[in-house]
Structures are given as C-alpha cells and as structure tokens.
Design a protein around this ligand. Structure first.
Ligand code: TXA
Ligand code: MG
Length: 384
C-alpha cells in the first residue's frame, strides 16, 4: 500500500493534525491519537526526551519497551540497520497485515533508535497502523511515533475517547478523537528474528494466530521448510511460565480495573483439577462476605448468548450490571467490546466483576490473555 498518501480531507481534521504534529515535533510533547487497535499515547520515537514523557505520563516501568509506529515502508527502512535484509516471512506478513494490528520485531539500529525506546533490548518493535488519523498524524509529523496504549500502566487499554479522558485527563497536552477503536485489543507482537526462521507470537492480539498461519501457508506453499507460528500459551495462574519466551510488558499485572475481577471457568476443562461450584452457591458465598447491608453490585461480562444471563435472573438481592460482549461465534466482536466492558463497569461502581471465559480460538486467544491478566482469581462454576 502507498501508505503516505493523505486520506484525510476534512478541513477540521487536517487542522487538528497540524496542531497535534506541532506539539509532537516542535514542543516534544505527548499526544493521544486513535489507532484501529486501541488509543495510543504518542511522542517522537527518535527523541529520547520526548519518549521519556511517555514513561512518566503512564507510570510505565522503564524495562518495558515501546512500539514505534510508521506510516510508510520508506519510514520503516529508515529505522533499520544499513544493509539489513527483511526476512521472507516478514515480507509475507507485511504484505497481508500492514497497515494493521501486527507489530514486528526488527534488529535495533543503535545509531537511530534511542535506548529508552527498546528498554535495552537488541530489537525494536515496529508497526504500521491502519487508522487513517494515526497514519496521517505520523505522515504530517514526518517522524515515527512511539506509542503505548494511552492508559495508566496496569489499567485496561482505552478503546474510546471517554476512556482516555477518565484515565489521563490533565496529563496529556492533546487528545485526538477517532471514535471507538475497531479492533479493541492491542496489536499482535511477533518475533521472527530467530535463526530457525519461525514466527514467535510474544503477545496475541488483533491479528490472530490462525491468520498468521494461513498467510505463511499460502505464501510458502511450494516451499518445504515453511516458517512455523509458535505460540506461548500461559497456564491460568502460573506466573512461572512467564519466563518462557514472552514480551517484557506481559510480565506485569495488567488490564485491571480498580475492583476485583474473577474469571468464571465454564468450558469443559482438560485438566479438570478445580471442582465446579454451583453458580448460585458461588454468588451466595460472595453475598456472605459482604460486610455492609447494601446489596452487592456485581458486573457481569459474558457472551451475549451465554447461559449466565438466565442464571442471574434466578438470584435475588444482587444488583446486576450486565455487559454482553457479543456472540460466542463472533470473537472479534467480543474483542472489540472487552476493554469497554471492564472500564464501563468500573465507572458504574460495581463491587466486583465476573467475566466468563471463551474458547482460545481466533481472537479468543488474545481475549483470554487479557482476561487472565485482568482477573485476580478464577473459579470453575456449574450452571443449574
Ligand atoms: O496495538 C498496539 O500495539 C497499541 C497501539 C497504541 O499501537 N500499542 C501498545 O503498546 O499496545 P504497549 O506499549 O501497550 O505494548 C507494547 C508491547 C509490550 O508488551 C512490550 O513489552 C512489547 O510490545 N515490546 C515492545 N518492544 C519490544 C521488543 N523490542 N521486544 C519485545 N517486546 C517488545
Ligand atoms: Mg499497554
């Protein structure tokens, strides 16, 4: 795609882009902008002082590297070490998924990329967003932008303007409004720099593992040694596993609203270790733990066609806050709504949230990755 071509024609948007670009480039400030995945907190990627403001604003641990956003392939090339040859698997993935929700690791060119961006890693994460405002902003600034999700570290990522307002108001100089983010989960972070030529998924995200596999199958159909897609699946509570190949950011508690979130295990389990509790008994036990006489306010996030919705109708003396996420058969819709659900229920003032698991297929893998990090515990429940 000829990605530098301006797609924005509205005078008002062009004016906003100019102001935002001025703040970024001339004042080295941070600016919040929409992307197709989540809102990003942007600053000049090649200016260490500007990038430092991102860490300060988010309260981000300094060992968690940032993604560099580009608007064109020329801009990508300008960041890479001289003479570097892009791996064939990357060529294939970029052809299909750029611009879009896929982040690729490249070798860091130490002459160009400040240490603060990569947090001392020898690789740099780069992505070309597809959101027209994001791309136009980078193109207007004529400079790559570092941008993590525009939330305080540890909080769910913002997918709507009001999420950003509630979290970062007063901490950023400017917020560009792009409406609701289409994907709703962050980009998939992929490492294809290993000598075996395989693609390692460090963070599941908007582009699914199935998508990656399909493209590599298609593009390498006549080649015996196809690159494989390797996925590191975490076990529910086993933080030990985090020492397996993963991305620095994934080791932190993350995506957590300010109230406790419990994961409801409702799918048949292979391990079968945890005995199931009747849902109504579980809620009763929560009510008993309630210290004051107020009715318990429980936020429920579950697929639109879940049995839970019938189940809660039979339970009294609880104030339910329902957030149907989308149909089970449409995990991309659930992905789009997940962070909005967590943040909306937090705003509603619930005492706790329950979120039902989904199958770890397609977007379900990334959904469960985020849900497991948001949840402080899990319980296996049986429906009546
Ligand atoms: O969709 C997205 O990726 C959003 C939008 C704004 O583009 N950005 C985002 O950034 O999610 P952030 O900072 O919240 O997450 C970046 C992830 C972290 O898990 C970080 O550890 C990983 O990418 N990462 C960045 N550079 C890396 C590197 N050189 N090696 C390994 N992981 C890296
Ligand atoms: Mg983030």
């Amino acid at each position: 795609p000829s990605s530098d071509e301006p797609q924005i024609t509205s005078e008002e948007t062009l004016e906003a882009l100019k102001i935002a670009s001025h703040r970024l480039v001339d004042l080295a400030q941070t600016v919040v902008f929409p992307t197709e995945t989540v809102y990003g907190l942007g600053a000049l990627a090649l200016d260490a002082t500007a990038a430092a403001k991102i860490f300060a604003t988010k309260g981000r641990p300094p060992d968690n590297p940032l993604i560099v956003h580009v608007s064109s392939f020329n801009m990508l090339r300008s960041l890479l070490p001289p003479g570097y040859i892009i791996p064939k698997a990357y060529e294939a993935l970029m052809k299909h998924f750029w611009p879009g929700a896929l982040t690729l690791l490249f070798p860091r060119n130490p002459d160009i990329i400040p240490t603060i961006i990569t947090a001392g890693q020898s690789s740099v994460a780069i992505r070309m967003p597809s959101h027209p405002v994001a791309r136009a902003l980078i193109a207007t600034a004529r400079a790559p932008l570092a941008a993590p999700s525009a939330n305080t570290s540890g909080k769910p990522s913002p997918t709507r303007l009001d999420h950003v307002h509630r979290d970062l108001d007063g901490k950023v100089s400017l917020i560009l409004d792009g409406g609701a983010c289409g994907v709703g989960l962050e980009s998939t972070v992929v490492d294809g720099l290993h000598a075996d030529g395989n693609i390692r998924v460090l963070r599941p995200g908007g582009i699914t593992v199935e998508d990656l596999q399909r493209v590599l199958r298609e593009e390498f159909h006549d080649i015996a040694n196809k690159p494989k897609v390797l996925v590191h699946k975490r076990d529910y509570a086993d933080e030990q596993l985090e020492s397996a190949p993963t991305t620095p950011g994934m080791k932190y508690r993350h995506y957590s609203p300010s109230v406790p979130v419990t994961l409801l295990l409702t799918l048949p389990s292979l391990s079968g270790s945890q005995p199931a509790v009747k849902f109504s008994d579980y809620i009763f036990s929560l009510q008993k733990q309630q210290v004051n006489t107020e009715n318990l306010k429980i936020g429920i996030l579950a697929p639109t066609d879940s049995n839970l919705w019938n189940e809660i109708e039979t339970i009294n003396d609880v104030e339910w806050f329902r957030f149907p996420l989308g149909r089970l058969a449409e995990p991309s819709v659930i992905a789009q709504n997940l962070f909005d659900g967590l943040l909306s229920l937090e705003r509603d003032g619930v005492h706790l949230m329950l979120i039902e698991e989904v199958v770890e297929e397609r977007e379900g893998l990334a959904i469960m990755n985020r849900v497991q990090k948001a949840a402080s515990d899990s319980i296996r429940i049986a429906m009546s």
